[in-house]
Design a binder for this molecule. Sequence first.
Ligand SMILES: Nc1ncnc2c1ncn2[C@@H]1O[C@H](COP(=O)(O)OP(=O)(O)O)[C@@H](O)[C@H]1O
Ligand SMILES: [Mg+2]
Length: 397
Amino acid sequence: MTLDLDLPPLSDIKVDGDELIRLSNRSANMLERIRDSMLQPHPRKQPPIYPSNKLQLLCNIDKTKMQSLLRSGKVPQGSQEAPGRMRNFSLEEAMEWVRATRKSMPRPEGKKGSVITIGNFKGGVTKTTTSMVLAQGLTVRHNRKVLIVDLDPQGSTTTFFGINPHAEIEADQTVLPLIEGKEPDLKYAPMKTYWHNLDLIPSSTDLFNAEFILPAKVNMGEDAQFKFWQVLSKGLEPLREEYDYIILDTAPTLSYLTINALFAGDSIIVPVVPDTLSFASMVQFWKLFSDLVQGLKGFEGEGGDKAFDYIDILITRMPNKPAATICRDWIIKTYGDHVLPMEIPETALAMSTSAEFSTVYDRPNWEGSAESYRRICDPYDRLVDIVDQKGCQIWRR
Ligand SMILES: Nc1ncnc2c1ncn2[C@@H]1O[C@H](COP(=O)(O)OP(=O)(O)O)[C@@H](O)[C@H]1O
Ligand SMILES: [Mg+2]
């Protein structure tokens, strides 16, 4: 039996190079129109508002302490809809309150900001979520100045900032000009975002080009000193004065860019989902990563061979299932002290916030069950606090 689908007859004209150029031009024009229609002033994502009770939680103070600080006049007063009503504080005001109450050690004069690479060659293990939560948490809980660098051509981190990486980001806003050698470092790239003290170097699909440019530079051999794995690290160097932390979110592949990110990191955090497949792929991660560091031994030059301040494993998306518990135990048995002492549970709340390109830190005011909120927020707070504590220890050296 033949189905009569009423298709128009197939054209005798083949799809040739000229037609491809026409299609390419049409898509570029359409993109331009999309971009124009989206042109609104940045930032278009809104930072959170903290009502008094949530600010008390953030600053770890009670109502009495809050009242006395308000009376002292040394902290922002927030805004009230009417006298006697609950006060609301902007993110920037909340950060001032944190400065007045939590007393994180400031980065000592002359000490450089710390680069933390979030890596795992597997997708879906929450690299992007972890990068974002860490970046937001370090600014709001510890008053740090943070830069997040999106090194995944898919641009998920960029999307978390309310930016469409494919329609709104040009290649020269990404790390690409550094990779091409058009810029000596990354000072040109950080952009302000909706989140105070958190800047972004965005990504776009153009980042795929790095995978052709870097090997081509090696093969052309024009610069005998060219070390393809150190391009990013050198480009970030001047930014380490300005930022306390630089967080690198990577693509789930062992690409030239990911290698650069691993070598640029002072420390590495590897998020892992406790299931057998992820465990198996992590075995591969360590093998490739250690081969890489071994293979480049002796080529590092200035500063000696690569060594990290710490390499930590973060157990994440931990479901409440016996199989996951068994796998978690393997991870702890295998990696011992490298496993961070908290685990991030798998929760519907985390899933739903990230479906809307936000994190729990975007929602201090979340109206659902306080218990569900604390269940995911407490381990994130702990992660942020531990990472900052490690950062302080490194600065004290
Ligand atoms: N704690 C969590 N519980 C449940 N789902 C989560 C949690 N954290 C992240 N996710 C989901 O996991 C998926 C992958 O996260 P993502 O950060 O994009 O990973 P990666 O960057 O490694 O690919 C996302 O769809 C996100 O919604
Ligand atoms: Mg990602």
